[in-house]
Design a protein around this ligand. Sequence first.
Ligand code: NAD
Ligand code: UDP
Length: 327
Amino acid sequence: MQDKKHISVVAGGAGFIGSNLCRRLLHDGRHVVCIDNLSTGCFDNVQSMVGDDFEFIRHDITEPLPIGIHADEIYNLACPASPVHYQRNPIATTKAAVIGTLNMLELAKASKCPILQSSTSEVYGNPNVHPQTEDYNGNVNPVGVRSCYDEGKRCAESLCMDYHRQYGVNVKIVRIFNTYGPGMASDDGRVVSNFITQALSGLPITIYGDGSQTRSFMYIDDLIEALVRMTATAKDVTGPVNLGNPDERSVNELADMVIALTGSHSRLIHTPLPKDDPCRRRPDISLAGRLLGGWHPIVELEDGLCKTLEYFKTKTKGKNLANVYNC
Ligand code: NAD
Ligand code: UDP
């Protein structure tokens, strides 16, 4: 008789990180149940996986989950993540982060299984401590335009820890720093996808503010490895744990690198810095290294950008990207 397969439920599985994770879990021999409302994700991202070991359920996790779902492990990634997306309908964003997480925690409680919660470096807001360590409580504007996401994710962390303390749920909170790679949508609005698609189409590269603000960019494969390792940790490992690449770069540096790699003739233009845009971001990942068997990112920014470039070249072939940017 064949062994029953381990069931991985991935909420937000049709998005950028989710679809890469689903592919990895399938490859590892899991039965994957992908739940997504396709608000920012896309069925194309998962279509090729659909089969005996991959189920797709179109569902909004702010609504009670369909009856009959069982899980052996849960990854909760369902929430818009690009500032452009999460600010478009901020109330829906808070609901996805808070009510959505509550529903996923209920599933974890009923299934008695681990749940990985995708939190974010945004919980640190505009940080006064640099690099950011997990014990820094952050500097978030609670009433600003980013707070639907930042505070929503902070509340989700708090819910996870209360489910752990009150009901003994095996929670795993990871604070993900800026991640990029194949699977991102062309109209995602985040800096890496914007710069690459702009460079490929000869459109101006849009630097917000003077471009001196920094981020630390992690390639998707490095993140996926850490997510899988985190879910397999012992029950007393709840996190929060930072997951990111400490290689900190300014937005100007990123623009220069994308221009050099593409050979693009795009010009650089400066537009106003969005409100509450954090000035700098760099993770301290020593805790992740200790808990996740020496995990650390291995993909250099230039290599990761080259792979992402190839992905976008294929994806945008023959498309008029001016429509994406309303130019
Ligand atoms: P994404 O927008 O590509 O993916 C999010 C997915 O969740 C999409 O498929 C979307 O359709 C789905 N979704 C959104 N709201 C939903 C809802 N209410 N019900 C069901 N599905 C819903 O973004 P991503 O970059 O893949 O991010 C995935 C997760 O990782 C998010 O929770 C995000 O906060 C977190 N994260 C990402 C980054 C990053 O750099 N990519 C950084 C920090 C945290
Ligand atoms: N950014 C930019 N041009 C763009 C998109 C973003 O200069 O076309 C900047 C943005 O202001 C921020 C950084 O790049 O300082 C990262 O932005 P992103 O939206 O990717 O992520 P987040 O702000 O959530 O870290």
